[in-house]
Design a binder for this molecule. Structure first.
Ligand SMILES: [Zn+2]
Ligand SMILES: [Zn+2]
Length: 231
């Protein structure tokens, strides 16, 4: 036979009391977690999110992680766990469902709350450069056949877009169409070199590489490469 305990405040029968009252009454009006302000920035052009000073490919789990890092749990709660679910209402409007569980006086407790927040939309540095015709390299695609030139162009754009998740500057800031091909102004010299190599390989031709001095940086000459691929 076990002794029943009753909470003197609400009269409910409970296995454990916190001091003299039950956990529910103890928790009444008392929060066991608080939230710091959620401050996140998203680029309205490429959709990347700024996390701790770095621009990272957007994902719901990344946002959930950031929200979780803003949850402060009270010290009395042992073995606490934080769960975050994200609901997206627009590109910048979100709601997070935050659930915190833990042990309070031998009893498993949980509390939920909903927080609405907004991402600040800005233009990231890379997109700013791309909007301003920034180019570290130029890829020239040339062919006497319009179809071949178009095919080269489609492949180059596709290869660039694959690089873009790792490197926002792997994009064109301008595309110039001329009679026998295209000029692609590319924001990243590494991406341009990689894409040019791959296109030349696919069309079985050599790259004609030329470079132009564009200035000096940290005591070193700076060059802009032009990769000409002619089929
Ligand atoms: Zn009670
Ligand atoms: Zn961007």
């Amino acid at each position: 036979m076990s002794f029943k305990k009753f909470c003197p405040r609400c009269g409910k029968e409970k296995d454990f009391l916190v001091g003299k009252i039950c956990v529910d009454c103890f928790m009444e009006g008392k929060e066991f977690f608080s939230m710091d302000k959620i401050n996140m920035t998203v680029c309205k052009h490429c959709g990347k999110i700024k996390v701790r000073g770095k621009w990272i490919e957007f994902s719901d789990s990344l946002i959930a992680e950031e929200v979780a890092s803003k949850v402060n749990v009270i010290d009395e709660l042992a073995d606490s766990k934080v769960f975050v679910e994200i609901e997206k209402y627009s590109d910048i409007d979100y709601e997070a469902k935050i659930k915190v569980t833990g042990i309070l006086s031998n009893q498993l407790v949980e509390k939920e709350s909903f927080v609405k927040f907004q991402l600040k939309d800005v233009t990231c540095d890379a997109c700013m450069k791309l909007n301003a015709d920034y180019r570290e390299a130029i890829i020239q695609l040339r062919s006497s056949s319009k179809d071949t030139a178009k095919e080269m162009y489609a492949i180059a754009i596709d290869l660039l877009s694959r690089e873009k998740s790792k490197n926002t500057l792997a994009d064109t800031s301008k595309v110039i169409e001329i009679k026998n091909g295209y000029d692609l102004w590319v924001g990243s010299k590494n991406a341009a070199a990689k894409v040019a190599r791959r296109v030349a390989q696919l069309f079985d031709v050599q790259i004609k590489n030329s470079r132009k001095l564009t200035g000096r940086e940290n005591g070193k000459d700076k060059y802009r490469n032009t990769y000409c691929i002619k089929k």
